[in-house]
Design a protein around this ligand. Structure first.
Ligand code: BTX
Length: 326
């Protein structure tokens, strides 16, 4: 736990009684100036702290947070989300989830935070994860499948998140193969699927989900303001993040179970109905080459089939896709 988290948990555990700055400083073995600095930073995250002369600090209100208690109050799943680790702030939920998965965290474990200081996308690209406005979580699942099928969980997750967003907002996202959800051409969600496996068996799939929920444009780093959007920006309304998390986990469980039982085919139809890639001319940037062509469809294994200009059909397993004709 960081110092800031320790101070916050002391304030929460005080249950409305004041705690003096001196007591915090003594217990945590830091100066009162440092305590004050951390309290300011906690306030910046949306917590309201009242300072009462000669008595100390009282936590007056907690912001719209995605704590375990709040998510559980909406949760309708059997296993996914029944074990939640909540961090007010962390570097990356994906990194924590990776460690927890190696330490045998059970199927369905969720790591969730209000703010990531080093959120990441594919190929270590930075993921903008501002405080208290988005959903930044990683879900550990342990399906009994062979590692070659793991990437399809990106597509399964895309369907689950789309359905959850449709249920709770007026927005209808489009799925851009393989891992983005767009609204009006701008990115509202990114998915990062990572794998821990033996040669022939998946140990864990870690599904990292980033959803821009209640940000206004200025909350985004300037470098992505022209390509990113949030549910609030699109619908004009704030969304209850804890409820949306529970809904995403509900659909993720439903379709992950369906996948393990029946394969990708039944989910493929849903995926196709929400996708904005098929039929478009696209440029696919892969690690070693870039190709252009028309996206013909996805196979039952989730591979994107691209018709190149020379007529050749190429199966694309992983790439960054640029849509040429919106
Ligand atoms: P990606 O590599 O497909 O997309 C990363 C790119 O998206 C960046 O280079 C940038 O251009 C753009 N971008 C960065 N932040 C945002 C944002 N908030 N909204 C829209 N566009 C953005 C996508 O990777 C996978 C992202 C997964 C994020 C989750 S959050 C929880 C978990 N923890 C973690 O560190 N990552 C995952």
């Amino acid at each position: 736990m960081s110092m800031k988290e320790k101070i916050l948990s002391q304030l929460i555990n005080a249950n409305g009684e004041p705690i003096s700055g001196q007591k915090l400083a003594n217990e945590l073995n830091i100066s009162r100036t440092m305590i004050w600095k951390h309290l300011k930073s906690i306030e910046e995250d949306g917590y309201v702290i009242e300072a009462i002369k000669k008595k100390g600090y009282i936590l007056q209100s907690i912001p719209d947070i995605v704590s375990q208690e709040r998510i559980t109050s909406y949760l309708e799943t059997k296993s996914i989300g029944r074990n939640i680790a909540y961090y007010p702030v962390c570097e990356s939920t994906q990194t924590i989830a990776s460690e927890k998965a190696s330490e045998q965290a059970p199927h369905g474990t969720v790591i969730i935070t209000e703010q990531q200081t080093a959120g990441r996308g594919r190929l270590e690209r930075p993921w903008d994860s501002s405080a208290n406005k988005g959903i930044w979580m990683s879900v550990i699942i342990r399906p009994e499948i062979s590692p070659q099928f793991a990437a399809q969980f990106t597509l399964v997750s895309a369907v689950a998140i789309t359905l959850a967003i449709e249920d709770l907002t007026d927005c209808s996202p489009a799925i851009k193969w393989p891992n983005d959800l767009l609204i009006n051409g701008k990115k509202v969600t990114g998915i990062l699927t990572e794998l821990q496996a033996d040669m022939d068996r998946v140990q864990a799939i870690i599904i990292g989900i980033g959803v821009n929920v209640n940000q206004d444009l200025e909350a985004f780093d300037e470098s992505i303001q022209s390509i990113a959007t949030s549910l609030k920006m699109e619908s004009g309304q704030e969304v209850n993040r804890a409820e949306l998390v529970a809904k995403i986990l509900f659909y993720l469980e439903k379709y992950a179970d369906m996948y393990v039982e029946n394969g990708f085919e039944p989910i493929k139809l849903l995926w196709e109905s929400y996708n904005c890639t098929i039929g478009k001319r696209i440029r696919a940037n892969m690690l070693r080459e870039t190709v252009e062509g028309v996206a013909m469809g996805i196979t039952n294994d989730g591979v994107l089939e691209l018709k190149l200009d020379n007529g050749e059909i190429r199966g694309i397993y992983s790439a960054d896709i640029h849509l040429m004709n919106k």
